[in-house]
Ligand binder design. Structure first.
Ligand code: GLV
Ligand code: MN
Ligand code: MN
Length: 417
């Protein structure tokens, strides 16, 4: 398979095309841009080059987030825009990169229109947004805002046992420097993240651009089921202590309970030991992604699931342990900012989302907002993720209008992407 087609828009097309090959996995047609991997480093080098091409000051903060500053020395707090360049395993081309590419393209559009900021504007590439390699999503923004303990972050390991500290060090980033950065946060006044829509709403509203209202509370939990490895051909069913049974029961229970609560529960990652076709497993580790409209519902879902898994473990003679790996409370994006954006963007519709974002993490410290670009199929975290290039252009235009409105003088209506 070849990488997806590039957008047909001057500037935007070239920019998009330059990023498309990085981390592309031909066999799946998706992207594998895991934090601090060679593919991620190539994306980070791409970001550095884009900043240099535009004469922007490139800064990498103590947590590995990249910032390209336009008018760094202007008075006032910065307007930050951007997103992330890392991906889930075999992710689509747009989740993350669209926000970064659109930010550079919006800057190009504004400059071409002769517009200049009256306060600093920064384009961000947040490190490790997906948590695909080390397990904690939005690690870069969580560390920046003090929502992830640096010792815990350094000790996170990938599937090969490589620690986040070692991976960062190998990439030339000092892991000892990890931690909250009040000085940097104090320089940022607002953050607006443009993102491909995940889930499907805009197509039915016949609108290209939406404004986010809130992010559902969500978290990740590691379920560990322990049993006894034994021969698949010689161990009587009655003699088995098979943790796979407990796991299977728990997956079905998660689905049932999520439906009953109007919530979402997904086991998308599993590790089996010893992982042999002809051996009863000794251990099954499985990661649950849980999301719900409110925190009480999410807690109730987890409590019920935990007790169902525990009961079943007893029946299977298995051990059971659950560990919460991350928890993000409900995020309400800044009302004034979101209303202002909706007004600037021709009464763009307001949409809630179940997906996590760095804008949600930063919302604990400063006003943040998000723009969504229509995704007609609603598919995301898959190579099938797609949006039209006309809608990408609409996204660039919307972001340019947003930056102009918030960081200087509004853009004349005839300026287009
Ligand atoms: C990030 O994409 C998430 O919602 O998991
Ligand atoms: Mn994502
Ligand atoms: Mn994303």
């Amino acid at each position: 398979m070849r990488p997806p087609a590039a957008p047909e828009a001057p500037g935007l097309e070239e920019l998009w095309r330059s990023l498309l090959p990085l981390g592309y996995h031909p066999a799946s047609g998706g992207y594998r841009r895991f934090a601090w991997s060679a593919a991620d480093l190539a994306c980070r080098a791409w970001f550095t080059a884009q900043a240099a091409d535009r004469g922007l000051a490139l800064r990498t903060d103590r947590n590995g987030n990249q910032w390209a500053w336009w008018g760094e020395d202007l008075p006032g707090k910065a307007l930050a825009v951007g997103s992330h360049l890392d991906s889930v395993p075999d992710g689509g081309a747009f989740d993350g990169p669209l926000g970064v590419v659109a930010s550079f393209a919006a800057l190009d559009l504004l400059r071409a229109a002769g517009w200049a900021p009256q306060r600093p504007v920064a384009i961000a590439n947040f490190a490790d947004e997906e948590g695909a390699r080390f397990g904690v999503a939005c690690a870069g923004s969580r560390l920046l805002t003090g929502q992830l303990d640096p010792d815990r972050a350094r000790a996170l390991t990938d599937a090969d046992g490589v620690s986040l500290a070692a991976a960062m060090e190998a990439a030339g980033q000092d892991p000892d420097a990890l931690g909250p950065d009040a000085e940097l946060l104090g320089r940022i006044g607002q953050y607006v993240e443009l993102h491909i829509e995940q889930g499907r709403a805009l197509v039915d509203l016949d609108r290209a651009i939406g404004v986010a209202t809130a992010i559902w509370p969500h978290g990740r939990w590691r379920f560990e089921f322990g049993g006894e490895a034994n021969h698949a051909g010689t161990t009587l069913l009655a003699d088995r202590r098979d943790p796979m049974l407990t796991y299977a029961y728990t997956v079905l229970a998660a689905r049932k309970k999520a439906a009953a609560h109007g919530a979402l529960a997904t086991f998308g990652r599993i590790r089996v030991e010893p992982n042999g076709t002809n051996a009863i497993p000794s251990k099954v580790s499985a990661w649950l992604d849980g999301r719900a409209p409110d925190e009480a519902t999410l807690s109730a879902l987890l409590a019920e699931l935990e007790s169902a898994a525990r009961e079943r473990a007893e029946r299977d003679g298995a051990s059971f342990l659950v560990v919460n790996e991350s928890l993000t409370p409900v995020v309400e994006f800044d009302h004034a900012l979101r209303d202002q954006l909706a007004k600037t963007l021709d009464e763009a519709p307001a949409l809630p989302t179940g997906a996590g974002h760095d804008a949600g993490i930063l919302a604990a410290c400063l006003p943040t907002a998000m723009l969504f670009v229509r995704n007609p199929s609603g598919v995301s975290h898959s190579p099938a993720e797609q949006t039209s290039m006309a809608d990408c252009r609409a996204g660039v235009h919307a972001l340019a209008r947003t930056v102009a409105q918030l960081a200087g003088t509004p853009l004349a209506p005839e300026v287009s992407a």
